[in-house]
Design a protein around this ligand. Sequence first.
Ligand code: M3P
Ligand code: FE
Length: 304
Amino acid sequence: MGILRLAHVDVRTPDLDLSAAYYTEVMGLQQVQRTDDCVYLKCWDEEDHHSLRMRYNPRTGMDSFTFRVEEEDDLHELEKKVEAYGCPTSRVSRGEAVGQGESLRFEVPSGQIMELVWDIEKTGNMLGKHNPSPVPPPDLPGIAPPRMDHMLVNAEEVAESAAFFIDVLGMRMTEQVLDGNGHQLGVWLAGNTRSPHDIAIVNGPNGALHHWAYWLDDWDHIRKAADTLAFNGVQIDQGPTRHGVTRGNTIYFFDPLGIRNEVFTGGYWVDPDTEILTWTEDNFGKGLFYYENVISQRFLRMHT
Ligand code: M3P
Ligand code: FE
C-alpha cells in the first residue's frame, strides 16, 4: 500500500499551441483532450487518461505533480499522516479535474503542490487488450516514448523534504549525495515500482521543477532521440550520456518555453531490501554525468 508511482505533471505555458506542437510532433506524445485553456497528453503505452497537462498562463511553471496511491484507503491514511506532520490538506472532488476522481492536495515542505489520487480514468494504451501488437504504429512522429518515468524537484532543505517523502508518504530512498558534513544534497526516492527513482530531490530553490523524464527502452533509442532533437533544433542541455547515480542513460533538453525534459533508460531493479547507495560531494560530477565528470552550472541552476 501507499505511493505507487508518478501519475501526471501539470504545468503552465504562455503559448499553448507552441507547447502542444512540440509535445506532439517532437516528443511524440498523443494529445488526448483539449479544452479552452488546457491540453492533455499521454505516451503510447500509458493506460491512464493523461500524464501531462499543459495549461495556458502568462507565466511558465509547475501547477502541481500527482502520484497515484495503490489502494483507495491509502488516500485517507495518507491524509491523516500529512495533516499530523503539519501540512494542511484539501480534497479536490470528483468532477473538478479531467481524467480523475477525488484527490488529496497539499504543499510539500519544499513548496511544490503535490496531489495524491487513486481514482484515475483508465483510457488504455495504443495497443489494446485483445491480440495486442507489441509495438505502436511505426509512423508515430517524434521521439514517442512509451511512458513518463520520473521527475525531479528542488528543495532548499533536501533532508527535511526527503524525510517528508520517506517518513510521511512511505517512499524508499535508493541513493543519496552527501556533502562533507554529511548533509543531503540530493536524494532519489522510489514508490512501489522497481525503478531507482520515481522522484528525486536536489538542492535548489523551493517550489522549483528541475525536469521530468520519459522512459525509453534502450540506449539506441536515446541515440535516436538525440538525432530527433538535433534535427528539430531543440536546445540540448547535456548528453547523450550516463548518470552515475541510477546508472541510467540520459539526454536533457529544453522544451520551447525552457522547461527541462529528460529521456532516460537503464538503471537497475530495486527491491524493498536493496541497500541505499551513497555518493560523496567530491564524486558528484561522476554521479551526475559519469563520462564527463562535470557539474554543469546550467544544469544545476536552471529550473522552472
Ligand atoms: C537525474 C536522474 C541533479 C541530478 C539529476 C539526476 C539535478 O535526473 O534521473 O537520476 O543533480
Ligand atoms: Fe532525471
